[in-house]
Design a protein around this ligand. Sequence first.
Ligand SMILES: NC(=O)c1ccc[n+]([C@@H]2O[C@H](COP(=O)([O-])OP(=O)(O)OC[C@H]3O[C@@H](n4cnc5c(N)ncnc54)[C@H](O)[C@@H]3O)[C@@H](O)[C@H]2O)c1
Length: 255
Amino acid sequence: MHMLHQKIILLTGGAAGIGWACAQAYAANGATVCIADKQAISPAQMAVLGSGHLYLPCDVSKETAVKEAIAQVINTYGRLDAIHNNAGITHPSKPLHDTTDEEWDLLFQVNLKSILYTVRHGIQHLTKTKGCILNTSSMVGDIGQDNHAAYVATKGGVNALTKAMALDYAPLGIRVNAISPAAVKTEALDAWSKAQPGHAAIQQYLDHLHPLGKMPEGDVIADTAVFLLSHAARFITGCIMPVSGGAELGYRTIL
Ligand SMILES: NC(=O)c1ccc[n+]([C@@H]2O[C@H](COP(=O)([O-])OP(=O)(O)OC[C@H]3O[C@@H](n4cnc5c(N)ncnc54)[C@H](O)[C@@H]3O)[C@@H](O)[C@H]2O)c1
């Protein structure tokens, strides 16, 4: 039997990048995927997942939109087995003193407060199914990153929140975990890197960052996400799982 047989999964930010890789892996593993994304998904793209999956236009920084998306999942399928909070933004690239109130607030609203919204409106449904929650964090929430202070703070918040939620919801039989990637090759990251003056050096740096090899694509994150949402991870909660090829392990010589 598939690892996610008949699971109904709400996945935020599933239209592109890591989220899209997760959507494909969830569908391939027998789940029904409900993608909540502010970016439109064409019927042709949804068809890649097979039939019976759902696209929900949704800006996760808006509580009413999240509430409506979850209501639509319940109206359509009658249950919810997992929430994967994946939607996130990284910009602006700047140190803290240059970060405006608007930039700070948007980063926190999309990357962190959206989790409050999905949980506030989803927990009653996860309680019925003894479901689980997965958050896409980042290695920089643990070890920092230059020029991205507000982004880093949101991911530190995601890590702390993951542990606190794991404790609060364990008595309900609901597991809460996070995945912590280093760099993952996505169209958005490619576009950003190509726009930088030192593009070739940036690519080399991103590849070198991972001792296990080059910068991966979203499939490595998706495979771990399938595991963490599955019965195989039934005794794992509060875990911030690095999927980083060892990027955070220590100083290395660059040859
Ligand atoms: N790519 C990386 O190197 C990397 C590394 C570590 C962590 N992450 C994290 O992985 C997650 C996914 O990032 P990605 O690299 O795939 O990014 P991406 O830009 O390729 O995709 C992000 C998706 O989220 C959606 N989204 C953005 N804001 C939204 C909003 N307000 N409401 C609904 N949907 C919204 C976008 O439309 C898009 O589909 C993010 O949380 C990011 O912080 C990425």
